[in-house]
Design a protein around this ligand. Structure first.
Ligand SMILES: Nc1ncnc2c1ncn2[C@@H]1O[C@H](COP(=O)(O)OP(=O)(O)O)[C@@H](O)[C@H]1O
Ligand SMILES: [Mg+2]
Length: 386
């Protein structure tokens, strides 16, 4: 269920027509009464005529009393001040009134988080069936274009270390995945072929769905036809990732820019999570929201690594300001380089193309921070330097 609160009936009606099925309330007090009697409520959309202090107070109280309930703040205009106070107060998302699509997707995301929180079962019930061979890292950002695919393809190639380790890269961007394009693969099979097999999928069947790239590096490609992604549910993703963790030394998961059920399944299976952002307010806002959500879902902070991509861009935000806003330090900064798109166009990750490139160094840092030693290329002969 979703409840909308606004003092102006016309504004409330407009929000309701954007969101479809929702209950309209005309005061913050009414919201409190509603929440007390409706324990299943998961999302409150606070409209622009509700004053900020009341909205923040509501979010602050709910964060403690009902952590699964998301408060979404709708404002006429969103500036950095409102954003940062809202994040501190536990508001799940802040969106502008005229951005109907953003309001709707904030509500969808809030519901997904609420569902995941309700489903998080006591220890034991979902516990893994024992230690697996491999370790899994998920590369995520809630905003597109930050460099998830760039980092995940390079990280996978780095970890494979020219065949020292066996690594599989999983493209969980099920609707718009471009791992196959970035690696110039021509997959015969994709993850979609696992759907008819379902729970019966075993290691050998799964192996037949993989596409090799280079020594040690193989990929599970995303579906090539649109629409298929809906048939790949989170339990299948959990099953596939658990098999892959037994089959490979490292599993690297590339993701879509959204907290969907499949991504949450990947987080559940993760030993490490690389959260990537660029130095711009929308990307950082999404990173902050992501951190809050991971906190809510109890993913251990020591497994997160914040990665700033194109960190040398001149945008007037300093790293220390960013760290202060996020309340978390940046683990690795990847520089911006024209060589990144150039290597992607050739289907060769930059870490393979140029082992001494600054971007390669940064990717190596991500791997080391996530997994410690993986026998990386300290072995590369130091020919150039004197
Ligand atoms: N460090 C970088 N320097 C230069 N270009 C980059 C860098 N990282 C990513 N890009 C470019 O940015 C675009 C988006 O990157 P991509 O990895 O596809 O993002 P995402 O998977 O998060 O949507 C691509 O064209 C990629 O080549
Ligand atoms: Mg991508």
């Amino acid at each position: 269920m979703t409840a909308i609160v606004d003092l102006d009936p016309a504004v409330a009606a407009a929000l309701k027509s954007a969101l479809g099925d929702a209950l309209v309330l005309d005061s913050v007090d009414a919201v409190r009464r509603h929440i007390d009697t409706n324990l299943g409520e998961d999302t409150i959309v606070v409209g622009p005529t509700v004053d900020l202090d009341s909205a923040f107070e509501l979010a602050r109280v709910m964060r403690v009393q009902r952590p699964s309930l998301g408060v979404i703040l709708v404002r006429r205009r969103v500036d950095t001040n409102v954003l940062s106070s809202a994040m501190r107060m536990g508001v799940r998302d802040v969106v502008e009134e005229r951005d109907i699509a953003a309001i709707a997707s904030a509500v969808t995301r809030s519901k997904e988080v609420a569902r995941a929180l309700r489903q998080s079962v006591p220890e034991g019930e979902t516990a893994e069936p024992g230690p697996s061979r491999g370790r899994l890292i998920t590369v995520f950002s809630a905003k597109g274009g930050c460099g998830k695919t760039t980092l995940s393809t390079n990280l996978a190639a780095m970890l494979a270390d020219n065949g020292t380790n066996e690594v599989v890269l999983v493209d969980l961007d099920l609707a718009f995945g471009d791992v196959a394009i970035a690696l110039q693969l021509f997959p015969k099979h994709t993850i979609a072929d696992a759907v008819p097999v379902g729970d019966d999928l075993d290691e050998s069947a799964l192996r037949s769905l993989l596409t090799n790239h280079s020594a040690g590096l193989t990929a599970l490609a995303a579906p090539m036809q649109p629409g298929v992604e809906k048939t790949i549910d989170s339990s299948l993703v959990t099953h596939i990732l658990s098999l892959l963790k037994d089959m490979f030394d490292y599993v690297v998961v590339d993701t879509p820019p959204a907290f969907d059920d499949q991504v949450l399944a990947a987080f559940d299976a993760s030993d490490a999570i690389a959260l990537i952002a660029t130095l711009d307010i929308p990307a950082l806002k999404n990173l902050k929201l992501t951190l809050e959500t991971l906190d809510l879902l109890d993913y251990p902070r020591e497994n997160w690594n914040l990665v700033l991509n194109r960190a040398d861009s001149k945008v007037g935000l300093s790293i220390s300001e960013v760290e202060k806003t996020l309340g978390h330090s940046i683990g690795v900064q990847i520089p911006s380089s024209r060589d990144v798109p150039a290597t992607i166009n050739r289907g060769v990750p930059i870490v393979l193309d140029d082992p001494k490139h600054p971007v390669t160094d940064a990717v190596r840092q991500v791997a080391l921070q996530a997994f410690g030693e993986f026998r990386s290329d300290d072995s590369i002969p130091d020919t150039e330097t004197s």
